[in-house]
Design a protein around this ligand. Structure first.
Ligand code: NAD
Length: 301
């Protein structure tokens, strides 16, 4: 297929590289000249405008920072929906954005007879490079069927979450749960440290016990027990604290719109906001363990 990928950042660039490896032709577009050059170096082609990038393709994939970027790129003047030809039946947005914008862009696309899918991802930059992302997809059955061959080039688990917006709902739920469990694991390590239980022992005991979670055994926030976790490389991301805060705020907006009670989600948002405020926004989000331990020590002293 000929695919246009708009947003060649930390995620979009390796996703485009995997589409190329899967045998697709990929026309890239980004505001950054360096990102465009990197995509060409990977074997892709680039265009100077969004309109040129999407003019004659089978599908468009966007991977952009926020809902505002997605709305501008997709529905703005000279944007995707205004510029695609009759050949294009499918637009997939894999950015993490608010549910309302995903649904609005989806409705605008549907009015033009285009299948629009919200298809945010889990797996981070590592998953984007390895081609093992999880895609949680909102949109029609017909759109999902069209998108599967494209998404398979970039991910492993491709799951149809439900109607338009359902992918973003799933993403907000997932990341809220991850943030809350990461804080829980961090609190437990701080408590164990204070009471003289070794970190490795806590890990060995809870790993096969009922307190187990991905935050502990897949992404342990203290150095030592899990060699691949960012805690072992001074919390180089990974997934930044700033992005986690963004996702928690999206989850809070979604919860308010739904009238759903999320007291722990609200508290996690406050803690990540304070962490980012302290200057750690560019570090991996699991640095919350170090920050919480230091904050508690300060408060007790
Ligand atoms: P990024 O900032 O590295 O990349 C975004 C890219 O979009 C940049 O290269 C930027 O120049 C480009 N861009 C911005 N406006 C544009 C426009 N109008 N036209 C064309 N290009 C434009 O961000 P990222 O880390 O790649 O994240 C992208 C999305 O994926 C975000 O919504 C993020 O929340 C989500 N996400 C990121 C991760 C992660 O670990 N980085 C994990 C899961 C989901």
């Amino acid at each position: 297929m000929k695919i246009s990928l708009i947003g060649l950042g930390n995620m979009g660039l390796p996703m485009a590289a995997n589409l190329l490896k899967a045998g697709h032709e990929v026309v890239g577009f980004d505001l950054s000249a360096a990102a465009m050059a990197a995509h060409r170096a990977n074997g892709g082609t680039t265009a100077d405008t969004i309109a040129a990038a999407v003019a004659d393709v089978d599908a468009v994939v966007t991977m952009l920072p926020t809902g505002k970027h997605v709305a501008d790129v997709c529905t703005g003047q000279g944007g995707v929906l205004a510029s695609i030809s009759a050949r294009t039946k499918l637009v997939i947005d894999s950015s993490t954005i608010d549910v309302a914008t995903a649904r609005q862009v989806g409705a605008d696309a549907a009015a033009r007879g285009i299948e629009f899918l919200d298809a945010p991802v889990s797996g981070g930059t590592g998953g984007a490079v390895a081609g093992t992302l999880t895609f949680m997809v909102g949109g029609s059955e017909a759109g999902f069927a069209l998108a599967e061959p494209v998404l398979k080039g970039m991910g492993r688990a491709i799951i149809h979450a439900g109607p338009p917006g359902a992918g973003q709902v799933a993403k907000a739920c997932n990341n809220m749960m991850l943030a809350i469990s990461m804080i829980g694991v961090s609190e437990a390590f701080a408590m164990a440290d204070g009471l003289g239980l070794s970190r490795q022992k806590l890990f060995d005991i809870v790993g096969p016990s009922t307190g187990q979670s991905f935050a502990l055994t897949g992404y342990c926030p203290v150095p030592g027990p899990v060699p691949t976790s960012p805690a072992n490389r001074d919390y180089a991301p990974g997934f930044t604290a700033a992005l986690m805060l963004k996702d928690l705020r999206l989850a809070q907006d979604a919860a308010r719109a739904a009238g759903a009670p999320t007291p722990l989600g609200a508290h996690a948002t406050q803690l990540f906001a304070a962490l980012v405020e302290s200057g750690a926004g560019g570090k991996d989000f699991s640095i919350i363990a170090q920050w919480l331990a230091a904050k508690t020590r300060d408060e007790l002293s």
